[in-house]
Ligand binder design. Structure first.
Ligand code: NAD
Length: 489
C-alpha cells in the first residue's frame, strides 16, 4: 500500500462516532500501510484532556482489533489533543499553532483533512473559522469531511452549503453517506456496467419495476431525541435511498472516475419526477410502529413526544422521466421494527409476452414467473437471478430457480467497513462514494414536497405492527398497480 501523508483535525474527538468508528477505521488503514509514519490526528472537543489521556482513549477504542505487538501503541502516538470550543473564534489560534507543529514533526507536507463529527448546527461555524483563523495550508491539500445530516430541508442545506463554500470548493468537500461505503452498493456499478447481459436489459423494455428495501428490526433505541425530530423520510430516504436509486437509474459514465460518475448521478436525480402535493399524497405512505407485547409503541419510547406524528416507516413510488425509465416505477421502503434487518434490491423483469407453458385447460393460466435479479446488500452480500426452469420429472411443468452468488464469510471479513473505505477515499481525494451538492439539492427538493404535506396533515398513528413489513397501505401502493413486493411475509 502507498502511504497517504495527512494531518487530520477531528472536531468531536470524544464523541460516540469517533470512538466507535473513526479510530478503528484509521487503525485498520494503519495496519494495511495506508497510514504510516507521516500522519497525525489532532482531536478537539470541549473537554480538557492531555495528549496522553487522549491516546489512552484511542487505545481503548481499538482494543478489540487483533494487532501485532506494540502496533496499537505506535499508532496511538500519532494522536494529539487540543481542548477547544468551536463557537469561540479565539480558540482557533491554539489549533493553528499545533497544526503547524504537527505538520513539521510528522512531515505531512501540508496535507490537511478536517473532519466534522459533531452536531450539525456547528458545521457552518467551524468551516468559516477554519478559513478566518488561518487553519488552511498553502502547501498540500485542504479537505473537509462532513457527517450527516446535511440540512433538514432544501433551504437549510443550501445555507449550510453556502457556509462551507466560503472556505472549501466543491471538490474539497466529502459528504459522508455511509451507504456508499457498502461493498454491494459499490457493486451495483460493476454488475451493471461490467455485464452486457445485464446492461442490455436495463431499461423500460425489459424491466417492469425496481424495489429497494432498507429494513431495520430495532426500534428507535437511544437515538429518540434526534429521530423524533427527523423521521424516516429525512433520516433514510433523502440520503441513503436516493443515493442507491441514483446508482440504479444512472446512465453509463464515460469512464469510471469520480467526476464522470457524479455527472451521471446528477442527471439521474434531475430526471426524478418531483411530485405535486396531490401526487405525493398518492405515491407516498408513512407509518409509525405500534406496541408489541411488553414493548411500548413508538410514542411511548423514552424521549419521544407522546403525540408524535413522526414517521418510522416510509414506502414510496418514484418515477424517472427519461427515455430509459419512462413508465418503470421504483418502489422504495424503509422502516424500524420491521420483520428483519436487511437491505436488498429487487429488479423485476417483464413477464414473457407469450407463455407457451401455460395450460388453461388444467386451470394453469400462467406457468412462467417474472425473472428477478436480487442484489443482497446486507447482512448477506451477493446477488441472485431467478429464472424459469423445467421441473424435474415425467411431465412438463416449469418452476422458478435461482442462480446465486453469495460472498464467502472470509471475503466478507476482508471487506473494509464503510468508514474505513470512505476515510481512505477522502485521503486519496476520490469523490466517487460521496454525495455532491447537486445530488443533495435535487434529493431535498424532491423530499420537501412530501415533508410539507405530511407536516400539515395529522397522521393516523400507530398503523403497523412490529415484526410486519409496515402498514397495509404499503402493500396497497403496489397492489393498485397490479404488483407486489418481492420480499414479503
Ligand atoms: P456526540 O454527541 O457523541 O459527540 C459530539 C462531540 O462534539 C463530542 O466530542 C463533544 O465534546 C463535541 N462538542 C459538542 N459541542 C462542542 C463545542 N461547542 N465545541 C467543541 N466540541 C464540542 O455525537 P456523535 O454521535 O459522535 O455524532 C457526530 C456526528 O456524526 C453527528 O453529525 C451525527 O449526526 C453523525 N453520525 C453519528 C453516528 C453515530 O453512530 N454516532 C452515525 C452517523 C452519523
Amino acid at each position: 500500500a502507498t502511504e497517504d501523508k495527512a494531518l487530520i483535525t477531528l472536531f468531536g474527538a470524544t464523541g460516540d462516532l469517533a470512538k466507535r468508528k473513526l479510530y478503528t477505521s484509521l487503525f485498520k488503514l494503519y495496519q494495511k500501510g495506508y497510514l504510516a509514519d507521516h500522519f497525525a490526528l489532532l482531536g478537539t472537543s470541549r473537554h480538557e484532556m492531555s495528549d496522553e489521556e487522549f491516546q489512552e482513549m484511542v487505545l481503548n477504542s481499538i482494543k478489540d482489533i487483533p494487532a501485532k505487538d506494540g502496533e496499537a501503541e505506535a499508532f496511538s502516538k500519532h494522536f494529539f489533543y487540543c481542548a477547544h470550543d468551536v463557537t469561540k473564534p479565539e480558540h482557533y489560534a491554539k489549533l493553528k499553532d499545533r497544526l503547524t507543529e504537527l505538520d513539521k514533526q510528522f512531515g505531512t507536507e501540508g496535507n490537511r483533512l478536517f473532519y466534522m463529527s459533531m452536531a450539525p448546527q456547528f458545521f457552518g461555524t467551524i468551516a468559516i473559522n477554519i478559513k478566518k483563523q488561518g487553519l488552511l495550508t498553502d502547501d498540500g491539500y485542504n479537505r473537509l469531511v462532513i457527517e450527516k445530516p446535511f440540512g433538514r430541508d432544501f433551504d437549510s442545506a443550501k445555507k449550510l452549503n453556502d457556509e462551507l463554500s466560503q472556505t472549501f470548493e466543491e471538490n474539497q468537500i466529502f459528504r459522508i453517506d455511509h451507504y456508499l461505503g457498502k461493498e454491494m452498493v459499490q457493486n451495483i456499478q460493476a454488475l451493471r456496467f461490467g455485464n452486457p447481459v445485464i446492461e442490455a436489459l436495463w431499461n423500460n423494455r425489459y424491466i417492469d419495476n425496481i424495489q429497494v428495501t432498507l429494513s431495520e428490526k430495532l426500534g428507535v433505541e437511544e437515538r429518540a431525541g434526534y429521530y423524533d425530530n427527523s423521521g424516516a423520510l429525512r433520516d433514510m430516504v433523502q440520503n441513503h435511498i436516493m443515493q442507491v436509486v441514483a446508482q440504479l437509474a444512472m446512465e453509463e459514465p464515460v469512464a469510471f472516475t469520480d467526476d464522470d460518475v457524479r455527472v451521471e448521478k446528477i442527471k439521474a436525480l434531475r430526471s426524478l419526477r418531483v411530485y405535486t402535493p396531490s401526487q405525493a399524497a398518492a405515491n407516498f405512505v408513512r407509518g409509525q410502529y405500534g406496541a408489541d407485547g411488553s414493548q411500548p409503541d413508538y410514542r411511548h419510547e423514552d424521549g419521544v413526544d407522546p403525540e408524535s406524528g413522526t414517521e418510522t416507516f416510509v414506502a414510496a413510488k418514484l418515477m424517472f422521466d427519461n427515455y430509459r425509465w419512462s413508465g418503470v416505477p421504483f418502489y422504495v421502503r424503509t422502516g424500524k421494527k420491521l420483520a428483519d434487518k436487511f437491505t436488498r434490491i429487487d429488479v423485476v423483469f417483464k413477464k414473457p409476452l407469450i407463455d407457451i407453458f401455460a395450460n388453461p385447460n388444467s386451470g394453469n393460466e400462467q406457468a412462467l414467473h417474472s425473472n428477478v435479479l436480487t442484489i443482497f446488500v446486507e447482512p448477506k452480500s451477493g446477488f441472485a437471478l431467478q429464472l424459469n426452469a423445467k421441473h424435474v420429472g415425467q411431465g412438463y411443468t416449469t418452476e422458478p430457480v435461482d442462480l446465486k452468488f453469495l460472498q464467502s464469510d472470509s471475503a466478507k471479513k476482508e471487506s473494509p467497513e464503510p468508514y474505513e473505505r470512505l476515510f481512505h477515499d477522502a485521503l486519496e481525494g476520490n469523490h466517487t462514494n460521496f454525495a455532491s451538492w447537486a445530488e443533495i439539492a435535487y434529493a431535498w427538493k424532491f423530499v420537501d414536497v412530501i415533508r410539507n404535506l405530511w407536516d400539515i396533515e395529522k397522521p393516523q398513528f400507530p398503523n403497523y405492527t412490529p415484526g410486519s413489513m409496515g402498514p397495509a397501505a404499503a402493500t396497497e401502493l403496489l397492489a393498485r398497480d397490479g404488483r407486489k413486493w418481492v420480499y414479503d411475509l
